[in-house]
Write a protein that binds this ligand. Structure first.
Ligand code: CAA
Length: 241
């Protein structure tokens, strides 16, 4: 039986490429999305991948949603915490809603999702938790106090949960993408992208979603069982840790 992989925010952007790559690698994939029905339905029709709609910032919604995925497809062996949003703005003008929304979707979601699959993984002595952080959680980013804080939190979560579950065959890792050609990056003002970001990327280009997806497939594999608590960085050389 194919292993089941659940990808949050798995119908658009980097998440879409991750869902498609995991399916190609032989997994049965479930992709969640938060709001864009049209994109999700097109994705489902194009790829044949199962889609589910819930808010990853809401613990009960995650609990119910995961129960439904497991009833439909079987126990989740691979969880990819990918869903993320931006509400960019300098801190001295940021309102509480912009802070809360980003922390809820980008960081609370790790607890909400992982908490609801981890007991099953421990009982089965197998699991892969892969969370998508960001270069901006590693280095900080002007205009992203909320996003940088959430993405930095991903690393602490990963290292703690990796320790707790290593003896149970469950690995927990993070991926730190740089600037990838998705709608999220295209939303950055063009002048800022051209003058403040692109010149800092030694490869001279944005990354492609598929370049992050292959990192996920690598960490999801059974053969990656000795890698845990790690961060796999893919940023075109923009920031070297
Ligand atoms: N470093 C230093 N100075 C910067 C800067 C930077 N990265 N970005 C902007 N500034 C400066 C501007 O040059 C400007 O300076 P002057 O007033 O001297 O001209 C000043 O800050 C204000 O800039 P804006 O006019 O752009 O101000 P704003 O309030 O309208 O917007 C902002 C500020 C929201 C931070 C905007 O510049 C922005 O969106 N920046 C991009 C932030 C970013 O990189 N987001 C990443 C999104 S992609 C993502 O998050 C995915 C991922 O994981 C990588």
């Amino acid at each position: 039986m194919a292993r089941v992989a659940l990808v949050t925010g798995g119908t658009r952007g980097i998440g879409e490429a991750i869902s498609v790559a995991l399916k190609a690698a032989g997994y049965t994939v479930a992709a969640t999305y938060g709001g864009n029905d049209e994109a999700a339905h097109k994705f489902r029709d194009d790829t044949g991948i199962h889609v589910y709609k819930w808010d990853v910032g809401d613990f009960e919604a995650c609990k119910d949603g995961i129960a439904k995925v497991e009833a439909d497809l079987g126990p989740v062996d691979v969880l990819v915490n990918n869903a993320g949003i931006t509400r960019d703005g300098v801190l001295h003008r940021m309102d509480p809603a912009a802070w809360r929304a980003v922390i809820a979707t980008n960081l609370d979601s790790l607890f909400n999702m992982t908490r609801n699959v981890i007991e099953g993984m421990r009982n089965r002595n197998y699991g892969r938790i892969i969370s998508i952080s960001s270069i901006n959680g590693q280095k900080g980013q002007f205009g992203q106090a909320n996003y940088s804080a959430a993405k930095a939190g991903v690393f602490g979560f990963t290292k703690a949960v990796a320790q707790e579950n290593a003896a149970k065959g469950v690995t927990v890792n993070a991926i730190a993408p740089g600037y990838i050609a998705t709608e999220m990056v295209k939303a950055v003002p063009e002048e800022v992208l051209k003058t403040k970001i692109l010149p800092l990327i030694p490869t001279g280009r944005l990354g492609e979603p598929e370049e992050i997806a292959r990192c996920v497939v690598f960490l999801a594999a059974e053969e990656a069982g000795f890698i845990t608590g790690a961060t796999l960085t893919a940023n075109g050389g923009q920031y070297m840790t």
